[in-house]
Structures are given as C-alpha cells and as structure tokens.
Design a protein around this ligand. Structure first.
Ligand code: ADP
Ligand code: MG
Length: 681
C-alpha cells in the first residue's frame, strides 16, 4: 500500500478529529479507506413510467395532486400524510411519514415530482423526496452512501471528493495491462472516480465491473497462491498404490460404480499417490454414494501400508459407517473398528492400544477420534464426513494425529458452485454429480398444518403396503430440551393415532444404547414409524422407509430439508417427502416451492443462496469470504469464475513471479503474508 494513501484521514482537508471519529465507525481510517468507500447504490432521479417499475423498487415519477392530502397523527411525533396523485393514467397514493407540513404545500391540481419506494400491490408510493413541478433532477443519478454518527451523506461526499482531489494521483494501477485490454476494464483511478461521480448509469456500471474484477482477482490470487504453496511446501503421504489390487477391489463391490464415482476415485487416488498433501473436498448429493468412494480410498491407503480414519458427526452415523465398511473391507482382510464416545473403560483402553500399535486398519469415530489419548501407528488418510459440521480446528487436530496424512473432506451439503470456488478456493474439489442408476425421484409435497389428518392417512397407506415412515419434529432453535419435548409429544400423539403399529422415538437425550435399539428396531421394521429430532439428518440408511414427514419445515434451512429428504428414496419403492409448513414470508414460501420442484441438491443450494445471500448461507464467519467492497459472489459469479481461472494461470506461470508488470500483484501477496506462508493453517 502506498505510504501516501496509508496516512490517517485527518490529512484530508476538512477532516478533523471529530469527523475522523465518525469515519472510524464506518471502518475508514486511512486516506485509501476513504477513497475506496464506495456508494452502496445510486439514486436514479430520471422520471419513470410506473408500468415499468417493479414492486418495492425506488423510483421518481411526476404527477398531479388529485385529492386533498389527509393527515393522521400517531402520538405526539408521528404522522402519516396520504394524498392521491395522478401519474400518467394511474391514480396512486403517495404517503409521507412524519412530514405533516407538506399538507400546506400541496394544492389540488399541482404538478409534483416524487421519489420513493413503489408498492405495486397497494399502488402506493412511500415518498422520501418531493419537489413541486415536473422537473428532472439536475443530477439525475446520485450515489448513496451509508453514514454513521453525526455525519451526513453530503458531508461524506465532500470528504471523499477532497480525498480524491488531494491524493487521487497516488492511486496506482494494480491490474496488468493485458487484463485491462482483454476485458475492456477502466483504469483504477478512472473507475474510482466514476463510482463516486457517475455521469450516468452506464458509467457506474463500467466502473463497478472494473472493481469487481479487481476484487475477485486479488482474492483468487491469494487462494491460488496458498494452494500452490501448500502443495509444494506441505509434504503429504506418498501412497505407493497397487492399482491392480484396487481394480480387483472395485470389481468385487456389490454394484458397478457410477461414472462420477469412477472419476472421483481416480482423482483422489492420483492425489494420494503424489507426495503433496492431499487437501480435497468431495461433494456429492445425498445418496450419490460417497461411502463406497471412501471405502475404496481407505482400502488403497491400507494396502499401501497405512491406517485410515473416518470422522463423522454423530454416533448413529459412525455405527452405520462401521457396519457398511466392515462389509466392504473385512472380506479383504482389513480390520475396521469404531471409536465412539460411549466406548469406555477397559474396552476403550484396549481399542486405543490396537489403534496405536497398528492392529486396526480403519478407525471410524466421532469427535472421540481427536481426543488427546488417541494415537495412530501410521495414519495415512483422514476422511471427514459432513465436513461442514466440524470446525477448522477439529479437522486440524485430526490431521495432526499422523505425519501429514492425506485429507479428504466429504460433504453432502451441496455447496453452490458459486461458493465452492470462493470458500474452497484453496482446496481441490471432486464432485459426484450423478446418482446410481434406477433411483426414483422422491415426490415432495408441501402441506399446511391443518392438512395433518390427510398426511396421517397417507402414512397409514404406506404402512399398509409394508413401508415405513420418518416423522421429524418441530425444531426449536437452540433449545435441545424443547426439541426433545416436542419429539416426546409428537410420539405420544402418533402412537395414540396409530394404535396397531409401533412408533419409535429418537432424540439426542437418549442413552447411546437406547439409540442403538431404536435405530435397530426401525432398520428391522420392528417399528414402522420413527419419530425423531433432526439427529437422523445425516447418513442414516433404511431403504424400506418411504415417507419423510417434516413438521414446521419452514424452520429448517433448505439444505437441511434436502438432507432429511435424502433419508428416503434409498430403496426400490417410490418415496415421498411431506413438508408441513405455514411459512409467513415470501422467501419462506419460495423455499417450500423450491423443495417441491427439484430433487437436485446443487440446484437447490444455488437457488437458496440467491434467495438468502452468502452470509446467511453458511453463517457469516464460516463462509470464509472476504468483505468485498463492491463484488457480490452470487450476482457477479461469472466474473468470479473468470478471475479464478486468470489467477490460477498467473500463479502457475513463471513470468508472474518475475515480470515488472506483475509487481503490484506480487506486492499484494507479500502484504497478505501468502508468499512467506504465514497464513497457511
Ligand atoms: P451418500 O453419498 O449420501 O453417503 P451412500 O454412500 O450412503 O450415499 O449411498 C447411498 C446408497 O446407494 C447406499 O445404499 C449404497 O450402497 C448405494 N450405492 C452407492 N453407490 C452405488 C452404485 N454405484 N450403484 C448402486 N448403488 C449404489
Ligand atoms: Mg454418507
């Protein structure tokens, strides 16, 4: 960063201590911060035709006062003035809040210009600014900034203007010329000026395009450089693979692998063979068959002389994985063992010993795997299932249990491609994008709670056919206790309703042995309905279950609903998912509709992301996304892809590390600590 631009804001003319304090509230401390404090939107004062304006859009229109204004007061300070205004051929209502004085200024028949937010359904404009007469604003296009403290937008604009005037010359171009030419991007200083003082919409758009690309390129450069550094510096485990043996193993599986499974297995094994540390994400929708992929990789690792570990978020899942892995691996002479929290005392000590001396080849477990007293003899491969449920720290601890084992993260939460390349830009990604043949689409219905009776008779019919059903209970956020109570209540109601069938009950407060029993009963069709909290969300596999009923579905995230739905549709029978929901908001309704319209997890997550924005998607902190000033990973996705490819090409080219023209970018990487490897985890 240039020293000039790095000076405190107080060097800008007209910015004193007082103003500097307010600026600090906005995160502005240096001259550069101030110059790069961009408007978050533009006010468009051009007169519009209301027929072209969308619901809730801000707009400026001209019209004629059609009725006497009416003012209503609320308490001492608050008022609402409404007046009918003829705009073109439309008679609309203009509403002014807390500006009763406007009444005196409006006379029947007057021409006025109004700016505000348009409510298409109520044909109402909530006015923020108005002027007498029909006139376009002298500046039809005005930037709008967020402000804090005592600062006004006007004062802020003035400070920015001063900062640019005094120090604009110090802003250096940081993008290589080749990209400016190739993408017809504005020079940096030009873009900055146009963002602050656009002459028209097109200006602002071009300026924005330039900054978006720059932000993405820098971000991706950092990611790609990390990744390159990591691959080169971080030694992993070199698996010497007997490919013949692996092929034999694949042939003996109970089913042929899908093309996608074949592909990801090759990708992963190639990575394991290389001396670099594997740091790979395996994404595959629920039911796409990740377990068998994990099994093949673990087989490969063990046959190369190592141990492999699989870490999963819940005990139920751990047990289930142990079962399926035993079936797949034991016939080939591998020892598979469970290490869970419920394993105690002498049994635990014994098992730990066998893990430490290498008698156990494959260890499956929950968090119990990362306890201090767990040692491996020679850990070569670590796999985590449902990786998003483990924190970075937990994953690191597990990895440190070996000497740089190769690491594979599996997730069934389809991360929209958009986010995947942002958040996991420093990881390699393998995607299983194909379902095993013969799967039937799950039919999903959205029912209101008052249709519960019909839902119950639907369940009854399925049970008569010999099938089984899951009923997921209302979710009460952050209160496991209430969740449990809900499950108990629903269980009682259903058992009462379905007198002749057995209804199982599963929740987090059960003793591990009880959980096992409940799961086993359901798996063996000793109970036909399983009432549960979300603990069955991940991994559970009971192919005879064909119904998934979810109470209060609007309280769940789309990806969670999709996960739950993935518990059915695992066998030969047609399966159904019923969402009991009375969502209040439009977004909530839209999410229910999305669920009924597609079974594709990737499509769902992409749509959900568009609906919610990236912050909400992961929770702001977890997303790992930097705070872009202008860019938006969802809407500017194409630019992000382009920038990612450019960044990757750059860091892998020799000239990038030598040529003069890339100096600003190299300096950026230096400042970010990427080149020294400081920021590596
Ligand atoms: P997930 O990716 O959700 O972990 P699983 O690994 O549990 O999926 O697989 C779901 C089901 O599909 C399992 O019953 C598994 O045996 C089966 N399966 C996996 N791969 C195939 C395949 N290639 N052909 C047929 N069935 C498969
Ligand atoms: Mg799984």
């Amino acid at each position: 960063m240039s020293t000039t631009l790095n000076q405190p804001v107080t060097v800008v003319k007209g910015v004193g201590e007082e103003k500097a304090k307010d600026l600090k509230l906005l995160g502005i401390q240096t001259v550069q911060d101030l110059i790069e404090y961009y408007p978050y939107r533009y006010e468009d004062y051009r007169l519009k035709d209301l027929s072209e304006v969308k619901h809730e859009e801000r707009v400026t229109v001209a019209g004629k006062v059609h009725t006497e204004p009416v003012v209503r007061y609320f308490g001492k300070r608050k008022s609402r003035l409404s007046v009918r205004v003829l705009v073109g051929s439309l008679l609309i209502t203009a509403v002014f809040f807390n500006r009763a004085f406007v009444k005196k200024q409006l006379t029947l028949g007057d021409e006025i210009t109004l700016t505000g937010k348009w409510d298409q359904h109520r044909m109402t404009l909530t006015v923020s600014e108005y002027k007498k007469g029909v006139q376009e604003n002298s500046k039809p296009f005005e930037p709008v900034y967020s402000v804090a403290g005592k600062m006004t937008v006007k004062a802020l604009k003035k400070m920015i203007y001063e900062a640019v005037r005094q120090f604009g010359d110090a802003i250096e171009e940081n993008l290589p010329e080749q990209f400016l030419i190739q993408y017809k991007l504005l020079p940096k200083i030009e873009a900055i000026k146009r963002l602050h003082y656009p002459a028209n919409f097109e200006h602002a758009k071009q300026a924005r395009r330039r900054i978006v690309y720059e932000e993405f390129l820098l971000f991706q450069l950092k990611m790609q450089a990390f990744r390159k550094h990591q691959r080169e510096q971080a030694m992993g485990t070199t698996h010497v693979v007997d490919h013949q043996q692996v092929e034999e193993f694949k042939k003996q599986l109970p089913f042929p692998l899908t093309g996608a499974q074949q592909r990801v297995v090759t990708e992963i094994i190639n990575d394991m063979t290389s001396p670099h540390r594997m740091n790979r994400l395996l994404q595959g929708d629920v039911g796409s068959g990740k377990t068998v992929v994990a099994a093949i990789c673990m087989f490969t690792s063990v046959k190369a002389g190592f141990q492999a570990a699989l870490m999963v978020p819940t005990e139920i899942l751990a047990e289930q994985h142990v079962e399926s892995l035993k079936q797949l691996l034991e016939p080939h002479g591998l020892t598979v063992e469970l290490l869970s929290g419920s394993l105690k005392g002498k049994k635990r000590t014994e098992r730990l010993e066998r893990i430490a001396n290498g008698e156990v080849d494959v260890v499956v477990g929950t968090h119990a795997l990362i306890q201090d007293d767990v040692y491996f003899h020679k850990l070569g491969l670590v796999i985590t299932d449902e990786q998003h449920r483990f924190g970075v720290e937990q994953r690191r601890v597990l990895r440190d249990k070996g000497e740089n084992p190769d690491v594979l993260f599996m997730t069934a939460t389809p991360i929209p491609r958009t986010l995947a390349i942002s958040v996991f830009g420093d990881m390699d990604v393998s995607i299983i994008d194909e379902m095993p043949a013969g799967r039937k689409e799950i039919e999903t219905y959205w029912a209101k709670h008052d249709m519960l009776d019909r839902v119950l008779s639907f369940i009854e019919k399925e049970i008569e056919k010999g099938r089984q059903a899951y009923v997921i209970c209302p979710l009460i956020e952050e209160s496991e206790k209430l969740d449990v109570q809900n499950a108990i209540d629903v269980h009682a109601i259903l058992q009462q309703h379905f007198k002749s069938v057995r209804v199982g009950l599963m929740h987090g407060r059960l003793h591990p042995d009880e959980k096992d029993q409940v799961m086993e009963d359901f798996a063996e069709n000793k109970s036909q309905i399983l009432v549960s909290t979300t603990v069955v969300e991940v991994g559970v596999n009971v192919p005879n279950a064909t119904m998934m009923v979810i109470y209060d579905a609007e309280r769940f995230g789309v990806s969670q609903l999709h996960q739950l739905r993935g518990r059915v549709g695992r066998g030969e029978h047609q399966s159904y998912c019923i969402l009991l929901a009375d969502p209040k908001s439009e977004v909530g309704k839209e999410r229910m509709r999305m669920m009924t319209e597609t079974n594709d997890g990737f499509e769902l997550s992409q749509k959900d992301l568009e609906l919610r924005g990236p912050g909400d998607f992961f929770g702001q902190k977890q997303s790992g996304l930097p705070d872009f000033k202008v860019a938006d990973v969802v809407h500017d996705y194409r630019a992000l892809e382009v920038a990612r490819d450019d960044a990757s090409n750059l860091v892998h080219s020799d000239s990038f590390w030598k040529d003069e023209q890339y100096l600003p970018l190299r300096m950026y990487l230096e400042e970010e600590g990427v080149l020294s490897g400081e920021k590596l985890d």
